[in-house]
Design a protein around this ligand. Structure first.
Ligand SMILES: C[S@@+](CC[C@H](N)C(=O)[O-])C[C@H]1O[C@@H](n2cnc3c(N)ncnc32)[C@H](O)[C@@H]1O
Length: 300
């Protein structure tokens, strides 16, 4: 499946799961199935339940009786496991974000490199597209997205350009957005800036931060004590959220109460975040921003 997606931190992540050959595992982000195949190869009578909300990923389904692929959002993790009659699992892997396939297929609208439609939906049965965000959100909402998801410190001028453009005609394609932002894109850093803007729209369209929060909250409920959670994140906002949740069991950024007797449900396994080797980044430049964290469910 290497043309669909090259799996990132493959050995390290599957190793991190400590696969028990008779266990039940969950791959929350099936994509091209690279990680799923590696997990399956370590199972005997165990099972692997995979999620992907993008219909295109279902074409990579693995023909194996120990394997189930659900075309579902991982925010419904617990509900789907219960539907399958599964109470607890032995390990959960989440390789967040989009696959290379999303960038390579211009008709999906994830890339600024081609003049595709401003779509960016991973699940094409939902209605909101990136064009809808650009055409319909208030300037304040747009500022929030670019500040939070693209790290633009002062997004007001950027949003003014977007509003001025849409007063003339609605945004339809990636080229429209480039045209609206032309004055911000001069010089060498233009493409980097544009890719951050695209990323911010994608996170909003797919509700990525909300889905991540909802999924993480369910992990302690479905992971058996001793079971492992492995998360690979590709931007700092996601990674910070994962790190904080693993440490504290919640998302509140304020100081944790030092006198609290509440025990976090997870224990970090690796103290330092795990990143791909130089060799992996050379082979697969899309691995560059990957940050992996491993946690273990502790006894209640
Ligand atoms: C980085 S790719 C995973 C690649 C995969 N590990 C492999 O080896 O090919 C992320 C995948 O997760 C899916 N995805 C992202 N967010 C999701 C969500 N909330 N629920 C279900 N699938 C999601 C995307 O459609 C994409 O296929």
């Amino acid at each position: 499946m290497s043309s669909y997606h090259i799996p990132v931190l493959l050995e390290e992540s599957v190793e991190g799961l400590q696969v028990d050959p008779s266990g039940v595992y969950v791959d929350l982000t099936f994509g091209g199935g690279g990680h799923a195949r590696a997990i399956l190869s370590r199972l005997k009578e165990g099972r692997l339940i995979a999620f992907d909300k993008d219909e295109a990923a279902t074409e990579n389904r693995i023909d194996d009786e120990r394997f189930v692929l659900l075309q579902q959002d991982f925010r419904f993790l617990k509900y789907n496991l219960r539907y399958l009659g599964i109470e607890k699992v032995d390990g959960i892997l989440a390789d967040l974000g989009v696959s290379s396939h999303h960038f390579d297929d211009a008709s999906r609208g994830f890339t600024y490199r081609e003049d595709g439609p401003l779509d960016m939906r991973m699940n094409r049965s939902v209605r909101l597209t990136a064009a809808d965000v650009l055409n319909g959100y208030t300037p304040e909402e747009l500022e929030r997205i670019f500040r939070e998801y693209a790290d633009v410190r002062h997004p007001r001028r950027l949003v003014e350009r977007i509003v001025a453009f849409r007063e003339g005609r609605p945004f339809r394609t990636a080229g429209d957005l480039q045209e609206a932002l032309r004055s911000f894109l001069r010089g060498g850093a233009g493409n980097k800036f544009l890719s951050r803007i695209f990323q911010a729209l994608r996170i909003e369209v797919n509700g990525e931060m909300e889905a991540l929060r909802e999924m993480l909250q369910q992990v302690p409920q479905v992971l058996r004590p001793g079971g492992r959670l492995v998360v690979i994140a590709y931007h700092s906002l996601e990674d910070r959220l994962v790190k904080h949740f693993i440490r504290t069991g919640h998302f509140k950024e304020e100081e944790t109460d030092p006198f609290s007797t509440e025990k976090p449900p997870l224990r970090p396994v690796n103290k330092k975040v795990i990143v791909p080797s130089d060799e992996e980044v050379r082979r697969n430049p899309r691995a560059r921003s990957a940050r992996m964290r491993i946690a273990e469910r502790i006894e209640e």
